[in-house]
Design a protein around this ligand. Structure first.
Ligand code: XIL
Length: 355
């Protein structure tokens, strides 16, 4: 009798240990695909809470700003790889995938580039040598690149200068090289690192059908012409009011290309109306948490396993979210709070990964 009680007791202990271990699982240990975040290397180096959340929870990282043109190529003859190299070393040490962001964009334009004067051959040479230099530096280290970022307007036309565009928004590649610079950027990237996975990345595809359609048409055209493209990034900067049907439709249509699908910059705004007095109430939290779970559920359901490149958050905690800084509003768009503690939405995201 005593022995039976002892073994029953032992079984209960094992079960309890299992429960505890299961509770200690992290996003990366649970997810059937990679879960990532955009990284600021300064925070990674200086903030121990940031560092432990990133190290424990995620198995993929994206360079947030340090490999953008203006950061990595600040002068015509100067490349600065120090911070990118730091991220690569961190990723290698912790066995994380690293995703490079981004080679051609209308922002992060250094002054020298906006002032550059030359004929179209000189501009072409700039684009090509930038891509070649950066990809050669990271050859064999960077698994993938966002080659071109945000080349379309929401109405599906190619992005162009607006009269009021501030200096950093100049769409110079298109101006000097024509729309097909996009295809050539992919060719230059492939030429420099044939093993890197190459992505086109954009926002708003879940709420702007014309933009989604234009991107899909570009992919069809690239496939016909043999332009090397391997994946599409749905940035997924959404809000609690973004329509579920739009999210599902974008994921479904992007998956139908057969390319890799990356939810590449996920965050969910609570304060879509920019209310200065807003409070993060339980009902707002519930809407946000359900939306996080919905994105995961649809990704799992609509993207075939071999195309599931992963889901990446844009930043780590609410305090370092670009939404808060960029839009100068109060908001709480991520799974971790300002102190990098798990928020309620963490468990919704976690459960959706698991189920
Ligand atoms: C943002 C960064 O997070 C900010 O720190 C920076 O000031 C501006 O750019 N879409 C993109 C990202 O593709 O590169 C942007 O990142 C956010 C929107």
């Amino acid at each position: 009798m005593i022995n039976r009680i002892k073994s029953l007791f032992a079984l209960v202990l094992i079960w309890l240990a299992g429960v505890v271990a299961a509770q200690q699982q992290t996003l990366q240990s649970l997810a059937p695909f990679k879960v990532g975040c955009a990284i600021n290397p300064d925070l990674l180096a200086k903030n121990p809470s940031y560092q432990s959340v990133v190290t424990e929870e995620f198995n993929s990282i994206t360079s947030e700003n340090v490999l953008k043109f203006g950061a990595v190529h600040p002068q015509k003859e100067v490349y600065d790889f120090a911070k990118g190299d730091f991220l690569v070393a961190y990723a290698q040490m912790h066995h994380k995938r690293i995703h490079g962001h981004c080679l051609a964009w209308h922002q992060s334009v250094p002054k020298w580039l906006s002032e550059f004067e030359g004929d179209s051959a000189a501009w072409e040479n700039l684009l090509r040598s930038h891509i070649r230099t950066v990809l050669t530096h990271y050859k064999g280290k960077m698994e993938a690149w966002d080659v071109v970022n945000e080349a379309f307007f929401d109405n599906g036309t190619y992005r162009q200068d607006s009269v009021n565009a501030p200096h950093r928004y100049i769409t110079f590649w298109r101006n000097h090289l024509g729309e097909d610079y996009i295809a050539r950027a992919f060719e230059y990237a492939h030429e420099a690192d044939p093993n890197a996975l190459l992505f086109y990345n954009d926002y708003g595809q879940e709420s702007n059908p014309a933009k989604l359609k234009a991107i899909l048409a570009m992919v069809t055209d690239f496939k016909r012409r043999g332009i090397p493209i391997h994946g599409l990034g749905l940035q997924m900067h959404i809000g609690i009011n973004t329509k579920d049907s739009g999210i599902a439709e974008a994921i479904k249509q992007v998956a139908a290309t057969g390319l890799l699908v990356h939810i590449s910059e996920l965050d969910i705004k609570v304060n879509q109306k920019k209310d200065t007095a807003i409070i993060y109430t339980d009902s707002l939290k519930a809407l946000q948490c359900r939306k996080f779970a919905f994105v995961v559920e649809q990704y799992k359901k609509l993207v075939p396993k071999k195309q599931q490149y992963g889901i990446t958050f844009w930043n780590v905690g609410d305090g370092d979210s670009w939404i808060v800084k960029w839009e100068k509003i109060k908001d709480w768009p991520l799974l971790f709070d300002v102190n990098y503690r798990k928020k309620a939405c963490y468990s919704y995201f976690y459960d959706a990964l698991k189920e």
